[in-house]
Design a protein. Sequence first.
Lengths: 109, 109
Amino acid sequence: MSPNAFLGEFEQMVLLAILKQGEHAFALEVRREIEESAHRKVSRGAFYTTLDRLERKGMVEWAEAEPTARRSGPLRRFTVTPEGVAALRTSRRALETLWNGLDLLAEEG
Amino acid sequence: MSPNAFLGEFEQMVLLAILKQGEHAFALEVRREIEESAHRKVSRGAFYTTLDRLERKGMVEWAEAEPTARRSGPLRRFTVTPEGVAALRTSRRALETLWNGLDLLAEEG
DNA sequence: ACGGTAGTGTCTACATCGTAGACTTATTCG
DNA sequence: CGAATAAGTCTACGATGTAGACACTACCGT
């Protein structure tokens, strides 16, 4: 994979939300996870566009699942690849290092 | 301030690096701080462009300083505003919440 | 003194990421 | 059947990330 495995912040959130749902997460649950954790609305467009980009980077994979209720079309279940986990780690470390020593700032308000 | 106080990842890094340098940080030192912490090159263009955008958002302020050595033109010293600190906190919390419970993933490699 | 070199900062241009909303297709309910 | 609902696709555009060429000034060596 390209060494330029940079991840945007929203991309990180999507990856993390998938991981939190355990293997083979469903879209709806992932979106809900992000909305609750980040306290912000996530539109379908934003969500799927980001998911597609992550797939193109090889950080996410998905498989179809059988429809279960009130749905149609292909139902996807997502998984984060090892590359995705590695990229996540890299991004986190960079920020952690910078935050190091400034943690007091993170506590207030 | 606008509710749209979103910060990109690089913007966060710039803000944090300024804070780490203490009040009135110099550009060179801030850049170096980022390069060392994130292990990546930071071009002048990327750096100043981001700084200007942060200033427009009211998250960074700067003042001129007297030249000290081997320099020319206006020498700037940067400061993060309270709004900047608040935005930083918000961004951090969103990701922290998502990382919560996945910390094992951050440790390996 | 003069050109080379280095330290700042500006400007332009483009790639990538973030985001909304309309559109499509298919299922359930009345 | 038609209305309401759900999952996913597509298009388009604004916000961020990033590089490199320019311009200006100060120091150095010859």
